[in-house]
Design a protein around this ligand. Structure first.
Ligand SMILES: NC(=O)c1ccc[n+]([C@@H]2O[C@H](COP(=O)([O-])OP(=O)(O)OC[C@H]3O[C@@H](n4cnc5c(N)ncnc54)[C@H](OP(=O)(O)O)[C@@H]3O)[C@@H](O)[C@H]2O)c1
Length: 305
């Protein structure tokens, strides 16, 4: 089969011919309909997260996949050939950007029906992380004001939808080109980060969900109300700086979790939009990986093996 592989840290991944994997005890072989790329894949390939997610080379790229059950390993119960499934693999294992992937049967969740199977892959990391940030960490409530940075990004596009669903007032930073996308997702106020310092446009915020980091994280402290919460995604935030200002800060550490993914799938079926920047064939996966690495995707980049 063909698969997108890392061959060394710091080298662009390449599409190679590799043996089709065989499911062992407790495992299932999935025929991949779609694999979604994430910034984490880029960080793994660059060797920037070796401490947490070391990989052995060569290694197949990607954690997020949706597809159909192709073969069932010994001892697996509850799944049948042809079932539509979605999963997020362990980042140290990867394996998603390929024609077939072997995954633990316990990691699988029945795929959502609200979108096509290939696009559903886009939920696995981004929507589940958004759920963790909005529901589990921030415990966002109706009437609260939330500032979502990078609202058109993979995670941000789901954060907006979840926040809107809770009845929160949603303010988001995007570039002008993405304004229509986030308006449709439920944003109440839209700030063009390329021309406006968001601190002049929003204040008294209960929760900031920050997928950008750096200066954006530091400035976010200026718009939070006393006791407000900064939820950071790219790296752990400066907890001491926040505490010194009477604010709270939390880092999201998203781990693959079938139970959480099942909750996200259930909500998705009630009406989630998976914003898709582009879909590409496996032959174009290396270019798509480069594109995602530039940090300007509007929604998800999906590879269709
Ligand atoms: N901690 C965790 O467990 C966890 C889980 C998932 C993701 N993450 C991290 O969260 C970050 C975001 O992930 P993602 O999948 O959402 O990334 P993404 O889809 O690649 O985000 C791209 C978006 O960011 C926007 N953007 C870039 N700079 C911006 C700025 N200064 N202000 C506002 N928007 C800006 C871009 O908009 P323009 O094109 O308009 O510039 C683009 O739409 C990554 O660092 C990722 O690794 C962490």
């Amino acid at each position: 089969m063909k698969a997108l592989q890392y061959t060394a840290y710091g080298r662009n991944p390449v599409v190679n011919d590799v043996p089709e994997p065989v499911p062992g005890p407790g495992e299932i072989l999935v025929r991949v309909a779609g694999a979604a790329l994430n910034p984490l894949d880029v960080k793994i390939g660059a060797g920037r997260v070796q401490e947490y997610f070391p990989i052995n080379f060569p290694s197949i790229v990607g954690t997020d996949l949706a597809g159909t059950v192709e073969r069932i390993g010994p001892g697996v119960k509850g799944w049948g050939i042809g079932d539509a499934v979605i999963t997020r693999t362990d980042p140290t294992v990867g394996g998603a950007v390929a024609e077939y992937a072997v995954v633990p049967a316990t990691s699988l969740v029945a795929a959502p029906t609200m979108t096509s199977l290939d696009i559903a892959a886009g939920l696995a990391t981004a929507a589940a992380t958004a759920w963790q940030a909005v529901t589990e960490i921030a415990e966002l409530k109706s009437g609260q004001k939330v500032l979502v940075h990078a609202g058109a990004g993979g995670v941000g596009s789901f954060v907006i939808q979840l926040a809107h669903r809770t009845g929160a007032h949603v303010v988001t930073t995007v570039s002008n080109a993405a304004a229509e996308i986030v308006r449709k997702l439920g944003a109440d106020e839209i700030i063009d980060y390329t021309s406006v310092d968001f601190r002049t446009a929003v204040s008294d915020v209960d929760v900031v969900v920050d997928s950008v980091g750096g200066e954006t994280e530091v400035r976010s402290l200026d718009v939070l109300k006393p006791g407000g919460l900064l939820v950071s995604l790219p790296v752990p935030p400066d907890f001491e700086r926040a505490a010194a200002r009477g604010l709270r800060a939390e880092f999201v550490f998203h781990a693959s979790d079938a139970e959480r993914l099942a909750k996200v799938v259930a909500i998705a079926n009630e009406g989630f939009d998976v914003v898709v920047d582009r879909t590409v064939r496996l032959s174009g996966a290396a270019d798509a990986f480069d594109y995602l690495a530039q940090g300007h995707a509007k929604g998800k980049v999906i590879v269709q093996p």
